[in-house]
Design a protein around this ligand. Structure first.
Ligand code: AP5
Ligand code: MG
Length: 224
């Protein structure tokens, strides 16, 4: 493959909740100037704004349910047309169902874009649960931190934007994580075989520090 500078890179970042998709997408975004499209983040924005969609989905999302395929497809299709995505993108948490994967393939074909790789991050469930229960997020830029594993360099100050306000997600509860893990296995896992068949899948061991996992992803993409 050999992406010398990441220009024109079009990636999907997949894996169960809490495996580090957002954290690693943020590393790639900074490294290569790609746009980072987290469908979970887009939905949380709608809830925060109190839009009609946000109000309709708030309780469902907090309980670990999925948003409708049609809505997610519409949001992603519009977002990848925007100026900051023209150098390439990282789709984080999309596609989450086979239906979304199939529509994405058609949508990208129509736009003349080819996916370069699908990065699947793998982490055992007990580590996922531990990570999610300790997660907090910068309210200014959305960077994720962890009480135990991935702390800001200066306590209480975001490494990326210097923000000092943090929040915890409504869906990061023990009960909801189990529901999200089950939804991942039932609906998202089938997309792994779909991408393996297309020769796009790069499965990465996500157990290790953020830097170690980032190096594994770089190697899998043969960027360096
Ligand atoms: P989304 O926001 O995508 O949530 P998710 O898939 O459950 O994944 P997370 O964001 O929880 O985890 P992550 O893999 O990004 O991990 P992170 O980097 O934060 O979606 C939320 C909800 O929206 C879904 O449940 C669904 O309802 C809905 N939705 C979204 N997209 C949809 C779609 N396409 N269709 C339908 N519905 C959709 O890391 C986790 C923690 O671990 C952090 O604290 C981090 O600091 C820490 N950490 C990260 N890497 C490491 C490391 N290497 N070592 C130690 N700690 C680490
Ligand atoms: Mg995330």
């Amino acid at each position: 493959m050999g992406f010398a500078n990441g220009e024109g890179l079009h990636l999907v970042m997949t894996g169960a909740p809490g495996t580090g998709k957002g954290t690693q997408a943020s590393v790639l975004k900074r490294e290569f100037g790609l746009c980072h499209l987290s469908t979970g983040e887009m939905l949380r924005e709608e809830v925060k704004k109190g839009s009609e969609i946000g109000n309709q989905l708030k309780d469902h999302l907090a309980a670990g349910g999925f948003a409708p395929d049609e809505l997610m497809i519409r949001m992603v299709s519009a977002r990848i047309e925007e100026a900051d995505c023209q150098k390439g993108f990282i789709l984080d948490g999309f596609p989450r169902t086979l239906e979304q994967a199939e529509v994405l393939a058609k949508m990208l074909k129509e736009k003349g874009i080819g996916l370069d790789a699908v990065i699947e991050i793998q982490v055992p469930d007990h580590i996922i649960i531990d990570r999610i229960l300790g997660r907090y997020t910068c309210m200014t830029c959305g960077e994720s931190y962890s009480d135990k594993y991935h702390k800001p360099k200066v306590p209480g100050v975001c490494d990326i934007c210097g923000g000092t306000k943090f929040s915890r997600r409504l869906d990061d509860t023990k009960e909801t994580i189990e529901r999200r893990l089950k939804k991942y296995r039932d609906f998202t896992y089938p997309t792994i075989a779909y991408y393996q068949e297309k020769g796009l899948l790069r499965s990465i061991d996500g157990n290790g520090t953020v830097d170690v996992v980032a190096k594994r992803i770089d190697e899998a993409l043969k960027i360096k």
